[in-house]
Ligand binder design. Structure first.
Ligand SMILES: Cc1cc2nc3c(=O)[nH]c(=O)nc-3n(C[C@H](O)[C@H](O)[C@H](O)COP(=O)(O)O)c2cc1C
Length: 152
């Protein structure tokens, strides 16, 4: 497995995508080899070739995955429980506390990645509508942590 990072975003109106672009910029400036893609542009087999997996995903409908995250989420549910062994993950969840199922899609990714054998290297952040500063701070910390491990 190569020592690199996959940044995947699931989005309906682009907020998660913009954060993913920021994450890619921070990662590159820290010397981390990174692939950034929408979750409908990647297969499970490709994801598991990355040592680090960063998922940035909003919640839609009534606690549902964005359309462009649903198929990958369904595919990942079907893989074996140890399939993601050796990988490390963190999840940045976007949502709105006005909804009953706050950040549910991100919570589901967080649980699923762990169930499939990936290890959580940083606690999930659940973001409300005024998310920019908290999300940027979280990304800085997470990416610095990856960089310090990779460059150690
Ligand atoms: C129709 C609609 C449904 C939503 N449903 C939820 C929800 O169930 N839970 C939640 O936490 N946020 C919900 N949200 C809030 C979005 O997740 C939030 O606005 C997020 O920042 C959107 O990010 P995106 O542009 O990456 O999709 C909903 C927003 C809209 C417009």
């Amino acid at each position: 497995m190569s020592r690199n990072l996959f940044i995947g975003f699931g989005t309906e109106t682009g907020n998660s995508e913009l954060l993913a672009m920021d994450a890619q910029r921070i990662a590159s400036s820290n010397g981390i080899e990174t692939r950034c893609a929408c979750l409908d542009e990647i297969q499970v087999d490709e994801i598991k070739n990355h040592e680090y997996i960063l998922i940035i995903c909003s919640t839609w409908g009534d606690g549902e995955q964005p359309d462009n995250a649903q198929d990958l989420y369904d595919s990942m549910q079907d893989i074996d429980e140890n399939e993601l062994n050796g990988t490390h993950f963190a999840v940045l969840a976007l949502g709105d506390t006005a909804f009953d199922l706050f950040c549910e899609a991100g919570i589901q990714w967080d649980q699923l990645l762990e169930e499939k054998g990936s290890s959580r290297f940083y606690e999930r952040l659940d973001c409300d509508t005024d998310y920019e500063d908290d999300a940027e701070e979280w990304l800085e910390v997470v990416l610095n942590k990856i960089a310090s491990t990779i460059n150690a």
